[in-house]
Design a protein around this ligand. Structure first.
Ligand SMILES: *Cc1c(COP(=O)(O)O)cnc(C)c1O
Length: 430
């Protein structure tokens, strides 16, 4: 029997001292109703809330936990590192080890800089792209999220979309004006942007597999087409692989689709649940970064030794079993799709590698306009029914489900049974 009381008490306290009671808006339950569950602990594929309810977790901290919760090797690595000191503000050995590990899967990242979050990585990569090209404007896709830097918080996907906040106040008009927004999977819109602003566009940044409006793979030829246009225009192509890195393929989308970006941003998995980010790419561009070059970017905690070790342990153990995680994701996607179609529930399952989404719509989802045809009221009902049956999803139709290397057949079966029952209940209530 599912009961909760302590989560509600804790949320009341949190609301008193934090805006909306949360440290990040995506954790709020505004779009699905009710109030958030407070998590006490996690182990493997499962988490437990403060009332003792257990859930199979598909949030996985929004992606970082490729090897699941409290993985032994990750915890050991963190403990060993912490005993030696938490931060030095000086060079440490393992920064290069993490970077070498990343490079062994993403050789196009000829040199990297470690930072503290995906937001910071993207912000820095854009500054670099603007400096290198001597141009100010950037192109992004509607529904892509690249962190909360001013110039990127324009039509920015899940968190913003879920809360119905198309335009964020506090962003200077002249900053927003330098961001050109095009639909995802649409090459002619990119060509038109260059025709309208010749010689003014520094770069296009894109989630090569969109993940922040739900998962949407690139159409055939889309990424190659972008590569061609950006090269022709002497502008840079930036792949934001903060989410897709080590998730859609061990080598990210750039390996899966064999398309070479000039710069890449990373985060999430490379920190294994600790705060980290990274950006890197072509050597002739990265050499512009201070102290080699004049583009300033710094960080008190950058290359933090504990985060670096958590990342290394996650990559070492996760990439060995990556294929298993991807096959479990495929199994679950097929199972969920079969249950929905059995009950004649219109649902699109989009997935690549270890991340996927279920959109409650009959229309194929290929961009923000088609994603937003989803029945979010239906999603909210299914979300609530899954929650009380021990399945923890992100509280939004427009987020991905993430798979780990430790979601075993028991976790998958639990999820499919819960999904079957949840749909049954929701359909009978309607
Ligand atoms: C999560 C995410 C970011 C932001 O990373 P933070 O660590 O939350 O700042 C940027 N880009 C993409 C594609 C992301 O998924």
């Amino acid at each position: 029997m599912y009961t909760r009381s302590r989560s509600d008490v804790l949320f009341a306290t949190a609301r008193d001292c934090m805006p909306g009671g949360v440290s990040s808006p995506v954790r709020a339950y505004k779009a699905v109703g009710g109030s958030p569950v407070f998590i006490e602990q996690g182990a493997g594929a499962w988490i437990q809330d403060v009332d003792g309810n257990r859930y199979v977790d598909y949030v996985l901290s929004y992606g970082p936990l490729l090897v699941g919760h409290a993985h032994q090797e990750v915890v050991d690595a963190i403990q060993v590192a912490a005993r030696k000191g938490t931060s030095f503000g000086a060079c440490t050995e393992h920064e290069s080890n993490l970077i070498r590990k990343i490079q062994s899967f993403m050789p196009l990242m000829e040199r990297l800089r470690l930072v503290n979050s995906g937001t910071e990585a993207v912000m820095s990569a854009l500054r670099l792209a603007r400096a290198f090209t001597g141009r100010d404007k950037i192109i992004k896709c509607a529904g892509n999220y690249h962190g909360h830097a001013d110039c990127l918080l324009v039509e920015a996907g899940s968190g913003v979309a879920t809360l119905g906040l198309p335009n964020c106040p506090g962003i200077p008009k002249h900053v927003a004006e330098d961001t050109l927004v095009v639909p995802f999977n649409n090459l002619s819109a990119v060509e038109q942007a260059f025709e309208k602003h010749p010689g003014e566009i520094a770069a296009m940044i894109v989630e090569p597999v969109a993940g922040n409006m739900g998962v949407i793979p690139p159409a055939d030829g889309y990424l190659n087409g972008l590569r061609q246009i950006l090269t022709d225009q002497n502008a840079l192509l930036i792949f934001d692989e903060v989410m897709t890195g080590f998730r859609v393929h061990p080598g990210g989308a750039q390996a899966l689709y064999d398309v070479a970006p000039d710069l890449t941003t990373l985060g999430k998995v490379i920190g294994g649940g600790l705060p980290i980010g990274a950006y890197g790419g072509r050597d002739d561009i990265m050499t512009w970064i201070a102290p080699e070059g004049s583009v300033y970017q710094a960080g008190t905690l950058s290359g933090n030794p504990i985060a670096v070790q958590a990342g290394l342990a996650t990559l070492n153990s996760g990439l060995n079993e990556w294929d298993y995680a991807a096959s479990q994701a495929a199994l679950l996607m097929n199972g969920l799709g079969a249950i929905a179609s059995d009950k004649s529930v219109p649902m699109q399952v989009n997935g690549v590698g270890t991340m996927f989404s279920c959109f409650f719509t009959g229309a194929p989802v290929m961009d923000w306009d088609t994603a937003s045809t989803s029945n979010v009221v239906f999603f909210a009902k299914v979300f609530r029914q899954l929650l009380i049956r021990g399945v923890h999803l992100a509280p939004s139709q427009y987020e991905a489900w993430f798979m780990s290397t430790v979601h075993d057949s028991e976790a998958i079966k639990h999820t499919l049974d819960a999904f079957d029952e949840a749909l049954e209940v929701v359909l009978n209530d309607d």
